[in-house]
Design a binder for this molecule. Structure first.
Ligand code: S3P
Length: 176
């Protein structure tokens, strides 16, 4: 029963890749950002603006209890979710965690094109964006690396990533 959890910084491709992977494995796809928005009937931007980040983090954490009930899934997590409280431990117990590791240059390129609905990047003017990404990645990386598997995404298409991850998971199944 596959339970795969994608973690990584904003813009690393968790949602795009997650949808592709869930199709391939024929299991449901969940995205914590979308689940938070459905649950509260507000956008992430509105939640940050009206109630602040801490409130948003509580909702994210509560969602993990609900996801535990699912038998199989691919889950894309918000970039900050693993880094709060004991969420990374919870994710590691929930299933196979996969860190989509993307360089700061590539994240910067992608987030320059689209940083909408990402309040943590809001206050950075374009020329400060790279510095903001760099310092956030630095504070989060140690947590991301607690994952079960790392997939380096730079220069790889979603299809290439799919082939890589499928192999990793197959090898893992053979070992256990
Ligand atoms: C956040 C990442 C966002 C979203 C929120 C906070 C973060 O999700 O959860 O804006 O703290 O890195 P994505 O990683 O899907 O952009």
């Amino acid at each position: 029963m596959p339970k795969i959890i994608l973690i990584g910084f904003m813009g690393c491709g968790k949602t795009t890749f997650g949808k592709l992977l869930s199709n391939e494995l024929n299991v449901p796809f969940f995205d914590t950002d979308a689940l938070v928005e459905d649950k509260t009937n507000k956008t992430i931007q509105e939640l940050f603006d009206e109630f602040g980040e801490e409130y948003f983090r509580h909702i994210e954490t509560d969602l993990l209890t609900e996801i535990k009930k699912e038998q199989q899934f691919v889950l894309a997590t918000g970039g900050g979710l693993p880094c709060f409280g004991t969420n990374m431990d919870t994710l590691n117990q929930l299933g196979d965690t996969v860190y989509l590791e993307t360089s700061v240059d590539e994240l910067h390129r992608r987030l320059t094109i689209d940083s909408s609905n990402r309040p943590l990047l809001d206050s950075s003017c374009l020329h400060e964006l790279k510095g903001t990404i760099n310092s956030l990645v630095k504070t989060r990386e140690a947590v991301y690396y607690q994952c079960h598997h790392v997939l380096k995404t730079d220069g790889k298409s979603p299809k290439e990533l799919l082939a890589l991850l499928t192999n990793i998971l197959r090898e893992n199944r053979t070992k256990s």
